[in-house]
Unconditional design. Structure first.
Length: 298
């Protein structure tokens, strides 16, 4: 392959960031036709289309997103060269874009991403939201991996794969209170106010089945989707929380909360969902249970 024409790459970079050929041409002070020709030459050299048209909008293909990532770094290096010589600024870093459910345990996210968070050559970009918001971002190559506690639905045409990366036990957790000692699990679940995950949580379905088996009618003080809020309510003694211990590990270590009982049969699963890509990010291989991630059909 011949060397990249950086003039063509600069034109592609401008169009990719604008998302519109007309605006990019205006900013570069060239005609749209000339700009289109330069991008076509870059696509021919790289051997892959970089954009697809959706109406008047230009959408990056997977190859286009990868090209943009490299172009960002290439042009950032040029800026850093000037800054380094003038101000002593350090070298550029590779980027991994991570999407996570807004309700997912922060403690789990930090533990899982630790291998990359401590690397000086890597910048982790974290975005949170709902599955409905994050799955389109994954499909559009705007994030490299999606972390969740439920596997996104898929069928034969779905382009993503969900990897089971961890399972955590679920416990009954509350503020230390001597009057709770010596009581059975059924008594705790039937007599104390409870803080439980919302009905869409995988934990909730197992919890409802458990209290049914025990013949208990629970006193639910609050249904909470956000694990951080569940932790805070438990600390405020609003009720006993049904929660994986990893969510409250800091409070347990400090003695602010205590684990009263493990809930039999309850476990929370954690998933990392990746797209079937021809060019998966090599940084994914640094994450637990994703070291064998490969691309799709070549």
């Amino acid at each position: 392959m011949s060397r990249i024409n950086y003039h063509h790459l600069r034109y592609f970079w401008a169009v990719a960031h604008e998302g519109n050929l007309t605006r990019a041409a205006r900013g570069l002070h060239v005609s749209q036709s000339a700009l289109s020709v330069q991008i076509q030459k870059l696509e021919e050299q790289l051997g892959h289309p970089l954009f697809e048209r959706r109406g008047r909008q230009l959408i990056l293909t997977e190859a286009g997103q990868i090209a943009l990532d490299h172009a960002d770094e290439i042009f950032a290096v040029g800026d850093e060269l000037v800054s380094t010589l003038a101000e002593g600024v350090g070298p550029t870093r590779r980027v991994l874009r991570v999407g996570s459910l807004a309700t997912l345990s922060r403690n789990f996210q930090i533990q899982y991403l630790q291998p990359l968070l401590r690397r000086e050559d890597v910048r982790v970009v974290l975005r949170s939201g709902t599955l409905a918001e994050l799955l389109p971002s994954l499909r559009a190559h705007l994030i490299d991996v999606l972390l969740s506690n439920t596997a996104p639905p898929r069928d034969a045409t779905t382009p993503w794969i969900s990897h089971l990366i961890a399972e955590q036990p679920v416990s009954l957790v509350g503020a230390g209170d001597p009057r709770l000692s010596g009581r059975t699990l059924a008594q705790l679940l039937g007599e104390e106010p409870l803080l439980v995950p919302g009905t869409e949580s995988s934990i909730r379905a197992s919890f409802d089945a458990l209290v049914d088996r025990l013949g208990v009618r629970p006193r639910i003080a609050a249904e909470v989707d956000d694990m951080a809020m569940l932790r805070l309510l438990a600390r405020e003694r609003v009720g006993l929380a049904v929660v994986p211990p990893i969510v409250v590990e800091g409070e347990l270590a400090a003695g602010h909360l205590v684990e009263l009982a493990r809930l039999p049969g309850l476990r929370e699963a954690f998933y990392a969902t990746t797209l079937k890509r021809r060019f998966p990010s090599p940084l994914l291989r640094s994450l637990p249970r994703l070291d064998d991630v490969e691309g799709g059909e070549r």
